[in-house]
Design a protein around this ligand. Structure first.
Ligand SMILES: *Cc1c(COP(=O)(O)O)cnc(C)c1O
Length: 462
């Protein structure tokens, strides 16, 4: 036998020993049932199979088989994770207020109660209590959106991606839409303007250049096939230097002159002025309408501070055409969204948004307040200190803008910041912080007041 063959035979028999060391599905499933009695028998078997599959793959790669107990423990954990409620609450100490990976905007107490009430029983979702007949699901929310934004009509959908899609599908299917090259952007999570346009059946016509686009660029691109001009707020990046974008009113004038629709995707959109808090100005929804946009779209769970939703506002005929499209039914919001959004908008109507909507509480919170909250959370603990920090609004609004903030820094030199971060993520109420210059920081601006207690306990246990 050639040497190469001999060593191959030896390897194969080593692997054979490795495979023989793997316990049977039955044995692992029984151990899982003992370790995690709450796991139903069928799930224990499936978890055992999955873990054994993983071990077999490891052995095929030449690794040693894990010990039977370790395999069962991994299986028990796997089954428990499937049974657990998820997504579960985490403490956001990243300093990013609208954190898409952490679920964007937390709801106000009142919005939470409204969602609970709508979801936990029957409601007048599509029932008119005055006439006792069928009512309209959308009127509950459209009336309030119109009231807050001053728009002629409103339509609420599942998210802003759906809003942009449906606006285009209703008004530009089979025709052209003019988009500035600098606004043909990707938002993240698969939302790309050219792709959404294509999916809606509209054709994209690029105008201008990446950094500079003028009204004349749009004017030159108009043909008989043009249906609309679309503006997209560059919500997750900033261009600096030699840039130019057209004046909103002048562009609206061109659209009117040529009989085109002007659609503005604001992304976040705001009902309150972020400039009042030392930030740049995120475009206001009312302003976009005043500047002459026929349709304005924005998210419910960014600066608005409500549940995931997409909102379209504009004049009645333009919005109604969208509402009548068959896809509007497929993209409509559920009762929890409607209840939560309506309660959130109620805070704006009553002029109490900064006091009641968590996103705005966080934006508005003063440094002294943040400092005393940090002291309260540290509770004299050792290895911790208060440091100046900087927070961000995040979530596709105000890119590059920072809010001065206060953080608790963990001086965990021994094990390292990564290790401290990992341990904090493992608590019953996981804590997500941010590592800066090899130190773990917990930014107080994004820690909700009700999370202060659990955070204090986590730091004590650390
Ligand atoms: C965030 C964003 C979207 C997508 O909104 P969703 O509500 O997440 O679907 C679309 N356009 C812009 C400009 C955005 O910033």
């Amino acid at each position: 036998m050639a040497d190469g063959c001999r060593s191959l035979v030896r390897e194969v028999s080593d692997a054979g020993r490795g495979f023989r060391a793997i316990p049977s599905v039955d044995v692992v499933a029984q151990t899982i049932a003992r370790l995690a009695p709450e796991v139903p028998a069928r799930m224990a078997v499936r978890a055992a199979q999955a873990e054994i599959e993983t071990v077999r793959a490891a052995v095929s790669r030449g690794d040693a088989a894990a010990a039977p107990d370790a395999i069962a423990e991994a299986g028990a954990l796997r089954a428990r994770l499937v049974l657990a409620d998820a997504p579960g609450p985490v403490i956001n100490a990243t300093g990013v207020i609208i954190h898409t990976n952490l679920g964007r905007a937390p709801l106000s107490e009142r919005a939470l109660a409204a969602v609970r009430a709508a979801a936990g029983g029957y409601s007048d979702l599509e029932f008119d209590l005055t006439t006792g007949r069928r009512g309209s699901r959308s009127s509950h929310i459209s009336d309030v959106v119109r009231e807050v934004t001053g728009a002629g009509a409103a339509l609420v959908l599942n998210n802003n991606a759906a809003a942009v899609f449906l606006a285009l599908e209703a008004h530009a299917r089979g025709r052209e839409v003019l988009v500035a090259r600098g606004e043909s952007i990707e938002i993240g999570g698969g939302f790309r303007i050219p792709d959404i346009l294509q999916a809606s059946g509209a054709r994209l016509r690029d105008v201008g250049t990446t950094n500079r686009t003028r009204v004349e660029d749009y004017a030159r691109a108009v043909t008989d096939a043009t249906a609309a001009i679309m503006r997209v707020h560059p919500s997750n990046f900033a261009q600096v230097g030699f840039t130019e974008s057209p004046d909103a009113r002048a562009l609206a004038g061109l659209a009117r002159e040529c009989g085109l629709l002007l659609i503005t995707d604001l992304g976040s959109g705001a009902l309150l002025d972020t400039a009042a808090y030392g930030l740049a100005r995120e475009p206001l929804i009312g302003e976009a309408l005043e500047d002459g946009a026929d349709l304005v779209t924005f998210s419910g769970d960014k600066l608005l501070g409500g549940p995931q939703a997409g909102v379209i506002v504009g004049s009645a005929d333009v919005v109604e055409r969208i509402a009548r499209r068959p896809m509007a039914r497929a993209l409509r919001p559920d009762k929890m969204t409607i209840a939560g959004l309506r309660a959130t908008l109620g805070h704006y109507l009553r002029g109490e948004a900064v006091e009641e909507v968590p996103v705005w509480q966080m934006i508005a919170c003063g440094l002294d307040e943040l400092r005393s909250r940090a002291e309260r959370v540290m509770d004299g603990g050792t290895g911790l200190r208060v440091v100046d920090s900087s927070a961000a609004v995040g979530g596709g609004s105000l890119p590059g803008q920072v809010l001065p903030s206060v953080a608790i820094e963990i001086a965990d030199a021994e094990a390292g910041a990564e290790d401290a971060a990992r341990r904090l993520r493992r608590f019953a109420r996981p804590v997500v912080g941010r590592i800066r210059a090899d130190r773990l920081r917990l930014d107080m601006r994004t820690v909700l007041p009700r999370d202060e207690g659990p955070l204090r306990e986590a730091l004590q246990a650390l």
